[in-house]
Design a protein around this ligand. Structure first.
Ligand code: HEC
Ligand code: HEC
Length: 413
């Protein structure tokens, strides 16, 4: 998704240079910049789902029966309390127990990526999934490891097929499951068949899934399971209006710091060159030099990102621009979960050496970091300087992207 960013920057610049003190002008500029960058009312992103399908999808999302050895549920890692993520740097799958710190200290198989929250993931135009975009819908169809045999033309339905066959995520890392290593579609199909049979025979889920999908119990396939999961995500995690939506579309107000942060976001700090559109992501891949600490998808201290999908060296260390809804609740940040505050996440974009301690990295990690920096140097971020106050204002702005209805719940805590 491309928006006329330079035009927006120019408008913001011109209007501010002249009469920046004029009452209301800053608000007007911010509203216009947001709309020009693709923001739309939350309801306009939503897609209708059948409530009975979403309801059975919720049961499936919450059950460990969807894990081959009954180890974990989707809800073990996508947890309400952590804004549909898990509050940990890297996810802990099979053999993990508990939530938060308890899970971290308890051991278990590590998924070397930070959990992504699920908001907006079933909405209109949300069609690139996972940090590296390994499921993606383009004009010529859905692309994924199913390599032409995609089970659905809905990318979310394809995406939810992956966790139940991912070693260490929902399938035990054991000798018997080795065949699933290397993303073999054949071995995955065996697991799908077994899980579909298990749920179809389940006294609670079986009849409900059959009724909701309108198929006989013995004809339930994994595709029906995935469609129910997708319907639940589409419904439960739909975008809701934030304070920023209320400000842009229905005359709500923001604090001075929030407005200053918003003007930076769409102006000088250039955040909206990548974080744009209705989800605050262009659905494209960029190199932001977040440190890669600990485990990585490509070995200790290494994650090649988008390169893993395309094998194009230009894509090394690039990751899908993440959406920013409720980002105040989903620390730690980035694909590697290496930074713990929003201040540090923003600083990593523009001042990556600020916290980098070269002597704590090994030579291979330093070599990776130099490569990350080389790619970052061609991104629109390079050369932007942000003061501490500007970073604080940006953080204030990001807090306006919490769902307004959830914020009300938080107050009562
Ligand atoms: C062990 C923890 C764990 C479990 C269990 C788990 N997930 Fe996730 N989920 C993750 C992580 C980590 C990511 C990011 C992985 C990546 O991008 O490489 C993720 C990403 C996703 C995404 C992509 C979101 C986006 O922004 O593109 C979806 C959709 C998703 N999970 C749905 C599910 C569903 C449905 C289940 C159950 C079938 C499930 N997850 C089970 C950890 C987990
Ligand atoms: C060049 C494109 C680009 C620009 C410009 C950009 N970002 Fe990002 N942003 C990304 C990418 C890509 C990531 C994820 C990188 C990774 O995980 O390695 C990210 C991550 C983030 C995160 C962490 C989100 C999470 O869920 O982990 C925040 C917060 C964020 N950006 C805010 C901002 C702000 C504020 C600005 C403006 C100062 C900005 N970004 C500018 C591409 C960009």
């Amino acid at each position: 998704m491309k928006y006329a960013t330079s035009a927006i920057l120019l408008t913001v610049g011109l209007l501010l240079s002249d009469a920046s003190q004029a009452e209301g002008l800053r608000e007007t500029v911010l509203r216009k910049a947001a709309i020009d960058a693709g923001l739309m009312p939350a309801e306009e992103t939503q897609r209708a789902v059948a409530p009975e399908v979403a309801a059975v999808g919720k049961l499936i999302f919450e059950t460990r029966k969807l894990s081959l050895e009954h180890e974990v549920a989707c809800a073990s890692c996508h947890i309400d309390r952590f804004g549909s993520a898990d509050g940990l740097p890297n996810a802990i799958g099979t053999e993990g127990r508990g939530q938060g710190i308890e899970r971290l200290l308890g051991g278990g198989d590590i998924i070397p990526r930070n959990v992504l929250p699920l908001w907006g993931r079933g909405g209109k135009g949300f069609d690139v999934f996972f940090w590296d975009g390994r499921v993606e819908a383009t004009a010529d169809g859905v692309h994924s490891q199913f390599a032409g045999g995609e089970p659905s033309d809905d990318p979310l339905t394809v995406a939810v097929h992956l966790p139940p066959v991912e070693i260490g995520e929902m399938v035990l890392n054991s000798a018997g499951n080795e065949k699933l290593q290397g993303e073999s579609v054949e071995s995955a199909t065996e697991v799908f068949t077994l899980l579909a049979e298990r749920l179809s025979n389940d006294a609670d889920i079986g009849p409900k899934l059959s009724g909701a999908m309108g198929v006989e119990r013995e004809k339930i396939r994994f595709l029906h399971v995935a469609q129910a999961l997708a319907a639940f995500i589409r419904d439960n995690f739909r975008l809701k209006a934030t304070r920023f939506h209320q400000f842009v579309f229905s005359g709500g107000s923001l604090s001075n710091a929030e407005i200053a942060g918003g003007l930076l976001f769409y102006g000088k700090a250039r955040c909206s060159t990548c974080h744009n559109g209705p989800y605050f992501t262009n659905m494209e891949f960029h190199a932001v030099p977040f440190p890669q600490v600990g485990f990585g998808k490509n070995g200790f201290g290494t994650d090649y990102g988008r390169y893993n999908v395309t094998l194009d060296v230009d894509d090394l260390y690039k990751f899908r621009t993440p959406p920013l809804y409720n980002v105040t609740k989903t620390a730690p940040y980035s694909h590697s979960g290496s930074v713990f505050t929003l201040e540090a996440a923003i600083r990593a974009h523009t001042d990556p050496l600020y916290e980098y301690v070269g002597s704590l990295a090994n030579d291979a990690q330093r070599a990776n970091f130099y490569e990350q920096l080389r790619r970052w140097a061609t991104e629109p971020l390079f050369g932007i300087h942000l003061s501490d106050e500007e970073i604080a204002n940006l953080v204030a702005f990001l807090s306006t992207l919490e769902f307004a209805s959830d914020a009300a719940i938080k107050e009562g805590e």
